[in-house]
Write a protein of this length. Structure first.
Length: 65
């Protein structure tokens, strides 16, 4: 049983060394997503006060019939 586990681990290590860029594409997608989240969060933080002022200035009562 232990020899099978060792053989499987050795096979996976060999495969990982043959293709060192395995998983790099996923890492790139995660990095892009994190960057977009940070940029959008920063922009929303900068314009939050003006958005709150605009939202509070809307008079919903006059819109209703």
């Amino acid at each position: 049983m232990i020899y099978k586990v060792q053989a499987v681990l050795l096979a996976r290590m060999r495969e990982a060394t043959r293709r060192p860029d395995r998983g790099l594409e996923t890492l790139e997608y995660v990095a892009w997503a994190a960057g977009i989240i940070v940029v959008v969060g920063g922009l929303l933080f900068l314009v939050r006060n003006s958005l709150e002022t605009f939202w509070n200035s809307i008079d919903f009562v006059s819109v209703l019939p």
